[in-house]
Design a protein around this ligand. Sequence first.
Ligand SMILES: *[C@@H]1O[C@H](CO)[C@@H](O)[C@H](O)[C@H]1NC(C)=O
Ligand SMILES: *[C@@H]1O[C@H](CO)[C@@H](O)[C@H](O)[C@H]1NC(C)=O
Ligand SMILES: *[C@@H]1O[C@H](CO)[C@@H](O)[C@H](O)[C@H]1NC(C)=O
Ligand SMILES: *[C@@H]1O[C@H](CO)[C@@H](O)[C@H](O)[C@H]1NC(C)=O
Ligand SMILES: *[C@@H]1O[C@H](CO)[C@@H](O)[C@H](O)[C@H]1NC(C)=O
Ligand SMILES: *[C@@H]1O[C@H](CO)[C@@H](O)[C@H](O)[C@H]1NC(C)=O
Ligand SMILES: *[C@@H]1O[C@H](CO)[C@@H](O)[C@H](O)[C@H]1NC(C)=O
Length: 296
Amino acid sequence: MGTSNFTTLPLRVLVIMFLYYYAVVSSSSSSMKSISTDRSALVALKAQVEDDHLLATNWSTSSSSICYWIGVHCDSKHQRVTSLHLFAMNLSGTLPPHLGNLSFLASLDLGNNSFHGLLPIELANLRRLKSISLANNNFDGEIPSWFGSLTQLRYLSLDGNNFRGVIPLSWCSNLSKLESLYLSHNTLQGQIPASIENLSSLRFLYLVGNQLSGSIPSSIFNISSLVELYLSSNQLSGSIPFNPLNNMSSQLETIEFEFNDLSGHLPSDLFHGLPKLKQLALSKNQLSGRIPKSGI
Ligand SMILES: *[C@@H]1O[C@H](CO)[C@@H](O)[C@H](O)[C@H]1NC(C)=O
Ligand SMILES: *[C@@H]1O[C@H](CO)[C@@H](O)[C@H](O)[C@H]1NC(C)=O
Ligand SMILES: *[C@@H]1O[C@H](CO)[C@@H](O)[C@H](O)[C@H]1NC(C)=O
Ligand SMILES: *[C@@H]1O[C@H](CO)[C@@H](O)[C@H](O)[C@H]1NC(C)=O
Ligand SMILES: *[C@@H]1O[C@H](CO)[C@@H](O)[C@H](O)[C@H]1NC(C)=O
Ligand SMILES: *[C@@H]1O[C@H](CO)[C@@H](O)[C@H](O)[C@H]1NC(C)=O
Ligand SMILES: *[C@@H]1O[C@H](CO)[C@@H](O)[C@H](O)[C@H]1NC(C)=O
């Protein structure tokens, strides 16, 4: 009996220790794991930023929480990184794939820096992203179609980079919440896809200073939420598909189509169906006719 007591006691201790580990240690290590995953993602970014003083001093690995690092914001509930804003911090380097592990990220702003290279496809895992600005950097490569899997996106700015290729159809079919799309000053080519009308929440569309060609799809005027439409400085041709019979684009305030190869005769009822139009820029094209006085 003495020996059996001797063996059951440590067994009970073991069971208790196991339960304790299971209940306390493993659960805390799983929440540790999430914020520590975010930490490794940011450390990987810091390691790829070149000649930098700001992150090198501020993103101190001895600091207790990454939530106090400059540009980093966490939510109080999950203690995960929800925004990363490094706008105009003079940073250069490439982006590590680890950024795709910031699974609670809702807002990413790396604008006005000198980041370069390709965007890692792992960013397509950031399904909570609502806002991305990578404007005014030196990113290059094809314009990524995988942005189409970020179905919560409201704001996307890739202005002022070296992106090339066509505007991906996957965006048009999936980004129904997108309100702002800024793709100016890249080297985008091909036509503006007719299915752009499926960006049914779009308010601001800026495609200035690319190499877009073909005609302007009439479906663009079917986006009823559209407020500003900037297509200047491309190689767009054909006539302007103002459709006086549809009242769809009744929110439009600004239309800028300057410096293209647009041709044809301006209709005399140009402003019909555009009651809010304040600004119309059509110069440096092959257009004929006159801009009616009324309505502007
Ligand atoms: C990093 O910057 C933030 C925000 O400016 C500041 O509150 C924090 O004290 C800085 N941390 C270090 C270690 O410099
Ligand atoms: C940006 O970096 C360059 C070169 O490293 C430096 O000359 C310049 O002063 C920096 N600008 C700012 C605003 O920190
Ligand atoms: C995060 O992402 C990188 C690269 O995509 C991967 O190698 C790594 O294992 C991921 N997980 C963690 C916990 O850092
Ligand atoms: C950001 O970059 C754009 C384009 O180079 C420039 O016009 C703007 O002034 C910059 N903004 C800041 C705050 O640096
Ligand atoms: C559209 O979104 C769904 C759901 O997130 C995704 O499975 C699909 O791959 C996306 N399609 C494209 C073309 O990106
Ligand atoms: C997108 O628009 C085209 C017409 O331009 C339409 O035929 C197609 O069904 C639309 N797709 C989705 C997913 O709404
Ligand atoms: C625009 O919308 C109208 C009305 O819904 C529809 O009849 C027309 O086919 C659409 N035009 C294009 C080019 O999709």
